[in-house]
Write a protein that binds this ligand. Structure first.
Ligand SMILES: Cc1cc2nc3c(=O)[nH]c(=O)nc-3n(C[C@H](O)[C@H](O)[C@H](O)COP(=O)(O)OP(=O)(O)OC[C@H]3O[C@@H](n4cnc5c(N)ncnc54)[C@H](O)[C@@H]3O)c2cc1C
Length: 799
């Protein structure tokens, strides 16, 4: 009798097996029974094969797993071994069977490049090819061998050449003309220096390349003579180190008229002409048409001039999004928008709506536009120790919050710390939209001016900090961006008698964050970790530390790892890590954290003050459930709508996505101003729900979690999770299934991600909010997590 699993359609098994590695699959299913054996022998199977140095001869012999599964099933082949001869021989003798191979990732010694080149043209399905050369320096002949063959691979879409031990990849002008032209490659990444001539060669021969990523670009003046009328389809260029002057950058941009994203990690801009171009605004004008620009290090690392430039360029590229708005007429159609709260969300939405409102009023309680901002020199403005008079502002200035944005798939994430971004955005907003924008700073909103019968908010009352009387301001549309400590529910109750249903989670969690430069610890395995996952945020142990790189920097000290990171030290419940001094934090960490973290912390140089935060609250307002009861020209945006523990950097992205969504609604030109709230509330709630779910899945497990629910009638229910002395007063909350599942999933995800580079990359993608948070749930990631979790559980120890 077949068991019930054997009654599954075979297609389902084929699908499931396609997520598993071939060796694991054979080990797990071959000896099970004849049913599974027949599936393994099926020609419909599509498999992933990993070959590593261990037991390679056995793996590649035809008596190994290939006697059980057909070679035709191999879809992805990854080989990391120093025995390149065996791999090349294997490919050579079996290329006619590898009909479905779409992904090939190899380590190959340069001596084998030539035979490999002859094989590649026969592998007709390859879509992604990645070559990592090891040990030997490539000679000129090998270098010229590899490129023509890539040009002939007519199904190739993505190619990565990591030829790091060679110095340059170049081709002479005479050779170029005889080369074929490739119409399929969309992404090309070369991890080796290339000269300007070769850059032009690439553009000429790769007609459809959209993303070009080069480790080094050596651009000499001779390029002008070659340039001619050459134009590419490239939309994104990422350059590791660029010896590129302003004038050459100008050429680069002219050559690539479709360029939307330029990412230069190290920009050696040493010339005085270059600095002049920066100071007199030519550089900014040049970059004007490019939507996303990121410059990592310019001039010498960590110097103030470079910081200012980086911030200006990045802020400009942010606000740049607004320029692309298509408007029916060139004149704004509405009179005034009032934005309450002038932080990330407030500023972004101001820029987004600048085409639609003649006047923008921003009411901000902090003294953010003070004289210091206007008068300070760059080194003072970008000092982490904020100069704002109000000590409450330290949270904004000191926290090493990173805003991350993922501009295009496969481009590295862009990271900038929050203070730099916020300050730069503020300056930029003044520069770009200064005539339209009226900042009212040092002023707290105290009340809404509303008409209950029409369900409309006409304006707001605010009070300047040094005055006891309040002032009125009126507008057509009011956007509340007052953040996590917003009083919006109070204002709505008082002015419109509206009760907003909410769920609040109070969880006893504390952490200290700071920005630090990492130095060598003496343990190379610790030093090589770009992202260090920790035991913070896992259900069984919630004390820990995590480190995420902000950017690379050049340091004269050879012990520096050249990484600037945000470091967070976590603790659950009452015992918050001490924040009075770094020394105390180190002492505390010795007692409470794993040794590895203490070792890393000990060898980190502090670059910002320590900022501590106690007791986070997740607060979700279900405004969408109020439908048309909601006031007609008033919306909540960013943290004011939904605040959560931004454990994977989703906080600022959330506000930014809300602002973008609102702009999109205005762009659609279908709705009158009084209907926009309804559309926005529904769409924005979906964005909030994603971020909220990811955070609450995590928060729910903290022992002192308290949940307060308010329904539309104002009835309040309070729950307390068991695990501390107050628990008797409250019934135990029922954890929704989705949260339970996400909790389990997050737990394993963090565990597995720390062991697998692939998953860590997925994690970064999520942290960058390229797509939805639910990218983590996509089948391949899901199966990888399940597989790694199972492997751990059964102690099969693949890692
Ligand atoms: C400790 C900590 C670490 C974080 N780390 C990250 C991170 O690494 N990555 C990330 O993406 N996010 C992070 N976040 C979250 C992120 O800071 C917020 O999600 C983001 O700033 C929300 O933007 P916002 O504009 O909605 O609100 P906020 O940035 O909170 O801005 C609200 C503004 O409104 C003003 N305001 C408040 N009340 C009034 C009033 N009555 N009148 C006038 N003005 C008022 C405030 O002064 C403030 O300027 C972190 C948050 C905290 C607290």
């Amino acid at each position: 009798m077949p068991s019930s699993v054997e009654q599954f359609p075979i297609e389902l098994w084929l699908k499931i097996f396609s997520y598993l590695e071939a060796h694991d699959l054979v080990k797990a299913f071959d000896n099970l029974n004849s049913y599974f054996r027949s599936i393994l022998a099926s020609h419909k199977l599509r498999l992933h094969v990993e070959i590593n140095s261990k037991d390679i001869e056995n793996t590649l012999s035809t008596t190994s797993i290939w006697s059980i599964i057909p070679l035709e099933s191999i879809r992805l082949l990854t080989a990391q071994t120093s025995q390149s001869n065996l791999i090349v021989e294997f490919l050579l003798s079996n290329s006619s069977h590898l009909k479905h191979l779409t992904f090939l990732d190899l380590d190959v010694k340069s001596t084998y490049i030539k035979p490999l080149a002859s094989i590649l043209v026969n592998l007709v399905c390859i879509k992604t090819f990645s070559l990592r050369e090891i040990q030997e320096v490539m000679n000129e002949e090998d270098k010229t061998n590899i490129f023509p063959c890539i040009l002939r691979m007519h199904s190739l879409k993505q190619c990565i050449l990591d030829l790091s031990s060679s110095k340059f990849l170049s081709t002479s002008a005479t050779e170029q003309d005889n080369q074929p032209v490739n119409q399929t490659i969309k992404q090309l990444c070369i991890n080796i220096g290339i000269k300007a001539e070769f850059f032009l060669f690439l553009i000429r021969h790769l007609l459809h390349v959209r993303l070009l990523r080069l480790q080094h670009l050596f651009w000499s003046e001779s390029v002008y003579s070659l340039q001619g009328s050459l134009q590419s389809n490239i939309v994104a260029i990422v350059i590791g180190t660029a010896n590129i002057s302003f004038i050459n950058l100008q050429r680069l941009i002219q050559t690539n008229p479709h360029l939307r994203c330029l990412h230069i990690i190290d920009w050696h801009m040493r010339d005085s002409d270059d600095k002049d171009a920066l100071l007199d605004g030519r550089l900014h004008r040049l970059l004007d048409g490019i939507a996303c620009i990121y410059v990592g290090t310019v001039l010498e690392a960590w110097d103030t001039e470079q910081d200012e430039m980086r911030a200006q360029i990045t802020a400009r590229s942010w606000l740049k999004h607004t320029k692309n708005v298509q408007c029916a007429s060139n004149m704004p159609v509405h009179d005034r928008v009032i934005i309450i709260g002038g932080s990330i969300g407030g500023m972004m939405v101001a820029a987004c709506l600048s085409k639609y409102f003649k006047r923008i009023a921003i009411i901000e309680s902090d003294n953010v536009l003070n004289e210091t901002l206007h008068k300070s020199k760059p080194d003072q403005i970008f000092d982490y120790r904020c100069r704002l008079a109000n000590p409450a502002s330290i949270g904004r200035s000191g926290v090493g919050q990173i805003y991350q944005i993922h501009v295009l798939q496969n481009i590295e994430w862009l990271g900038i710390d929050r203070f730099t971004l916020e300050t730069a955005m503020r300056k930029e907003l003044c520069l770009q939209f200064g005539n339209q924008t009226e900042w009212i700073t040092n002023a707290r909103l105290v009340e809404l001016i509303a008409d209950r019968s029409a369900n409309v908010v006409h304006g707001t009352k605010y009070r300047l900090k040094d005055s006891s009387s309040s002032l009125d301001i009126y507008g057509n549309f009011i956007i509340d961006c007052t953040g996590r400590n917003t009083s919006s529910t109070k204002w709505l109750k008082e002015s419109l008698n509206l009760i907003v249903p909410t769920v609040q989670m109070h969880f006893g969690c504390g952490y200290v964050t700071f920005v630090g430069e990492r130095f060598k610890t003496g343990d190379s395995s610790l030093d090589s970790k770009p992202i260090y996952f920790s035991n913070a945020n896992v259900p069984d142990n919630n004390t820990g530390c995590y480190i995420s790189p902000v950017r690379t920097l050049k340091s004269t000290d050879e012990n520096s790892l050249g990484i600037l990171s945000t470091i967070a030290v976590n603790c659950v419940n009452a015992e918050y890590p001490p924040n009075d001094s770094y020394e105390n934090l180190l002492d505390w960490s010795k007692e409470h954290l794993d040794r590895d973290f203490t070792v890393i912390l000990n060898s980190t140089k502090l670059c910002s003050p320590l900022v501590s935060h106690h007791r986070a609250i997740d607060d979700r307002k279900y405004v969408e459930s109020l439908g048309k009861k909601w006031p007609r020209n008033y919306i909540l945006l960013g943290d004011a709508m939904c605040a959560f523990n931004p454990q994977i950097g989703q906080g600022m992205t959330h506000a930014f996505r809300h602002a973008r969504e609102l702009r999109k609604i205005f762009d659609e030109h279908q709705y009158s101003l009084k209907d926009i709230f309804y559309i926005f509330n529904r769409r924005a709630s979906k964005i909030s729900e994603e971020c909220w779910l990811a955070s609450t899945a995590n928060d729910w497990k903290t022992p002192t979690l308290k949940v307060i629910k308010t329904d539309t009638n104002g009835n309040i229910q309070t729950y307390q999770q068991t695990g501390d002395s107050n628990s008797i007063q409250y019934p135990r909350p029922r954890i929704p299934f989705i949260i339970k599942f996400l909790q389990w999933y997050n737990y394993w995800f963090l565990r597995c991600a720390s062991k697998s580079e692939k998953l860590s990359t997925e994690f970064l993608l999520v942290a960058n909010q390229n797509c939805s948070l639910f990218i983590l749930m996509k089948p391949i990631t899901f199966f990888q997590v399940c597989q790694t979790a199972l492997t751990h559980y059964l102690h099969l120890s693949r890692y």
